[in-house]
Design a protein around this ligand. Structure first.
Ligand SMILES: [Zn+2]
Length: 193
């Protein structure tokens, strides 16, 4: 996926400083040397400021837990009449840990605060979307109503070229097709904030 993002879960190698022993309890995958908590293993840090613990989750077995309120990024794999189906790629804050084989749904009523007649007015196939989890059982349900949520990268429905924003118009630089989407304020920045 051609999207850059801010790293919040730091990737560490053995010996890297994870935190100070004064601030945090050394957790799984760490050791204390002097006043620092250091990584025992290669992985990603998980610092819990509430529990005041710092641990390192090995990269190979660090599944991402998804829950209501999380912001995730995924790709549109199918569009039905009133439903978009996405394959989730990563969760904001844990970008270095991929999500495997997880589908999520966006219902047409969770796209804008105003009425949307057709889901194809707001999404295209293959689009990359930033959304918030509003339901986690039995399937993951997403919302993109907030301003920062929505399409962050869009592809022309005619020729699959990435669309460009020209003023308020979303235009295909290859075939001049004009399309509409519910865009995130992150659209075109290459950043997921
Ligand atoms: Zn095109």
């Amino acid at each position: 996926m051609q999207v850059n993002y801010k790293m919040k879960c730091n990737f560490v190698i053995p010996g890297d400083v994870v935190g100070t022993a004064e601030e945090f309890m050394p957790g799984e995958g760490t050791y204390v040397k002097g006043e620092h908590i250091r990584a025992l293993t290669t992985g990603v840090t998980e610092v819990d400021s509430k529990e005041r613990s710092a641990k390192v989750l090995p990269r190979t077995n660090a599944p991402v837990k998804l829950k209501t309120g999380d912001v995730v990024v995924g790709q549109i794999t199918d569009l039905k009449e009133s439903l978009a189906i996405l394959r989730l790629a990563f969760k904001r804050g844990c970008e270095s840990r991929p999500i495997h084989n997880t589908e999520a749904l966006i219902h047409i009523s969770r796209v804008k605060s105003s009425y949307v007649k057709d889901i194809r007015q707001v999404f295209g196939l293959r689009d990359i979307v930033k959304a918030k989890i509003i339901d986690d059982t039995p399937t993951i349900g997403l919302s993109i109503v907030d301003e920062d949520l929505g399409v962050v990268k869009a592809y022309c429905t005619r020729c699959a070229t990435p669309l460009k924003l020209e003023g308020k118009r979303l235009v295909c630089p290859e075939c001049d097709q004009v399309e509409s989407r519910k865009l995130s304020t992150d659209f075109g920045t290459g950043m997921i904030r």
